[in-house]
Design a protein around this ligand. Structure first.
Ligand code: PGA
Length: 259
């Protein structure tokens, strides 16, 4: 099912974004298939393009589908460059909880991509601020991503841009909120083992992408997604900043959409 935008949520066209496309899928498998299809279309249209990638449990199914498509010869990663949204800081790239490790395990190790063209902020850099500045300049030198894949936190965060009174537009070092530490604790031995800081693209870096696809699955993302779909912008829901972009597709399941 396709909705031009959730008009039921805010029927006033002057108060809402008119361009965000919402694709409601039956289940997680369909979310994965649909989002892989959208990313694959960009790879086919621009074989030397730039993919902005995300970690988290939501895009895992999409990566599995992209690996399948690559193995079948339907998509070719050989000319593709990737830029990931974020990384814990500090963390070694070899740590099995690092986002670099996640990307190798879920995508890069299984497709014909040149690893030298895959970029994740360096969690082992000695100077976090210098690494953030280097990464920002690098993403900008590429002209931004041709498509940026995003997840959304249950608190509305995008990458590690957490709800706050102010948001930072560029790549930066940030501290994680309790809610995010709590949500990510399932991947670590305990909440105390979750790193307290991260390197993250800012909302401006993310909005520099030519196209954005945001994936959301499950009832626990309903509130954040509805806040985003209202069409207004607030730092208390970083995802709402996507309303400033004119080519955003939300792919979510019915449980997320209906709550
Ligand atoms: P999740 O994380 O896909 O694991 O739910 C999304 C996010 O926090 O951005």
């Amino acid at each position: 099912m396709r909705f031009p935008l959730a008009e039921a949520i805010n029927p006033n066209p002057f108060e809402r974004n008119n361009t965000m496309e919402v694709i409601v899928c039956k289940n997680y498998d369909e979310v994965s298939a649909k989002s892989a299809e959208i990313v694959a279309a960009v790879i086919k249209a621009k074989p030397n393009g730039v993919l902005g990638l995300a970690t988290g449990s939501t895009p895992e199914g999409m990566y599995a589908k992209l690996v399948e498509m690559n193995k079948k010869g339907e998509i070719d990663f050989s000319g593709i460059t990737t830029v990931n949204l974020d990384e814990y800081y500090p963390i070694s790239p070899e740590n099995d909880q690092s986002y670099r490790y996640f990307m190798n395990k879920n995508l890069f190790d299984h497709v014909n991509i040149d690893k030298a063209k895959t970029n994740v902020p360096n969690g082992a850099a000695p100077d976090g601020d210098a690494e953030a500045a280097r990464y920002e300049a690098y993403v900008r030198s590429l002209g931004g991503a041709d498509i940026q894949v995003l997840g959304i936190g249950r608190n509305g965060h995008i990458a590690f841009n957490e709800p706050d009174t102010e948001l930072v537009p560029v790549t930066h070092v940030t501290s994680l909120t309790e809610d995010t530490i709590d949500a990510n604790a399932r991947f670590f031995a305990s909440a105390a083992d979750v790193p307290t800081h991260a390197l993250t693209m800012g909302m401006g870096t993310i909005l520099s992408a030519k196209k954005i696809i945001i994936l959301a699955n499950g009832k626990n993302k309903h509130d954040a997604v509805m806040q985003m779909l209202k069409g207004t912008v607030t730092t208390s829901c970083p995802a709402s900043f996507l309303n400033l972009h004119d080519d955003v597709i939300l792919v979510c399941d019915e449980a997320c959409y209906n709550g």
